[in-house]
Design a protein around this ligand. Structure first.
Ligand code: 5AD
Ligand code: FES
Length: 349
């Protein structure tokens, strides 16, 4: 390792904030020795806080209907090839029932920005889940909404909200999104969620079109200053029916490197080894955990709709039953010396 790089890495490992330029240097100068050093530091910091526990979140993909048109996303409204669905309240409750029996204590309701899911519809749904499973956390991942809406859903019992910022560079944000979406609004939503009292997750894609090391450095600075409870990162994977069909996928290697850096920026953060990471590499999720992640999100959606929630090509876990996904992940985690925890998996403060 270059002495300059070593000094930056050591400061990061000691929990000191870096400048954007320093984050960029780490990304640009990364090689075997730096990667291994940060990985070992990240794993040891995580072990001191969470031991060998990996938290699970049961992901329920409630609707692939979306009014937005993000250029990277397979369920964008312009994709006429996408066969649309929306789960009923009964179907969603059946998923949570099954998930509860399998040991899940967190449910993530994720979907496109589907106008059917008004505040009133969601309040009722969240109330039902909380009544049946008072010991479970409910996480929402339903995109941009108004402050009033976020407040109502919080009051109805939602505990957490995932809203990836996608990129912390405004010009880059514009190249990934249609005119109707703005970086400012996305950032305002994240701030609002935090103010209301949600445990908040931000996140970004790795290797998205036009992304540079300087952009990623901004993402890292944002994670440092915003201090989210969670951060979802995964490689960009092209979808054939989008304008970005011909762009290459992001790498598992860079994603894992960034997982280690984020773990060191905020040692107690909840960091998923994502499905996208498992899609670009057969051992992607194991590699993510070994780089510093501590969460996995098996799919609890009905098998009949899984293939339709195709954000990107070749998404894994679209044919397996929920119990199979859970067993599969349990075996994968055990194979690398970790245990799945039956618990809400709140952040340790
Ligand atoms: N590749 C990887 N991740 C994607 N997402 C959407 N489309 C893609 C893609 N093509 C991610 C976005 C979104 C999350 C739900 O899925 O980051 O926030
Ligand atoms: Fe879904 Fe392995 S986690 S099949």
């Amino acid at each position: 390792m270059e002495p300059v790089v070593r000094s930056i890495a050591e400061r990061l490992a000691e929990g000191r904030p870096l400048t954007e330029q320093e984050y960029q240097t780490l990304i640009e100068q990364r090689e075997g020795e730096l990667t291994a050093f940060l990985r070992e530091q990240a794993v040891s910091r995580r072990r001191a806080i969470y031991g060998n526990a990996v938290f699970v979140r049961g992901l329920i993909e409630i609707s692939n209907i979306c009014k937005n048109d993000c250029l990277y996303c397979g369920i964008r409204k312009s994709n006429g090839q996408c066969s649309r669905y929306r789960l009923s309240e009964q179907e969603i409750l059946a998923c949570t029932e099954e998930g509860y029996a399998l040991g899940f204590r967190t449910f993530v309701l994720q979907g496109g920005e589907d106008p059917f899911f008004t505040d009133a519809v969601l309040e009722k749904l969240i109330g039902q889940i909380k009544r049946r499973h008072p010991d479970c956390a409910v996480t929402l991942s339903l995109g941009e909404r108004s402050r009033e809406s976020y407040e109502r859903l919080f009051a109805a019992g939602a505990d957490r909200y995932l809203l990836r910022h996608e990129t912390a560079e405004e010009g880059h944000y514009r190249r990934l999104h249609p005119e109707a979406l703005s970086y400012q609004n996305r950032m305002n939503c994240l701030k609002t969620l935090q103010e209301i009292g949600y445990q908040v997750g931000c996140g970004f894609m790795v290797g998205s079109p036009f992304q540079t090391a300087a952009h990623l450095a901004k993402d890292l600075k944002f994670v440092e200053t915003f201090s989210p409870d969670m951060c979802g990162i995964g490689p960009f994977v092209p979808h054939q029916e989008t304008p970005f069909a011909a762009f290459p996928a992001g790498s598992a290697e860079l994603t894992c490197f960034l997982l280690s850096v984020i773990r060191l920026i905020k040692p107690n953060i909840l960091l998923p080894a994502t499905t996208a990471l498992g899609t670009v590499h057969p051992r992607g999720r194991e590699m993510g955990i070994e780089a510093g992640a501590n969460v996995v999100m098996p799919n609890l959606s009905p098998v009949s709709v899984r293939k339709k929630y195709e954000l990107y090509d070749h998404k894994i876990c679209t044919g397996e039953e929920s119990a199979q996904c859970k067993d599969c992940l349990q075996a994968r985690m055990r194979s690398i010396g970790y245990e799945i925890a039956v618990d809400r998996g709140d952040i340790k403060k």
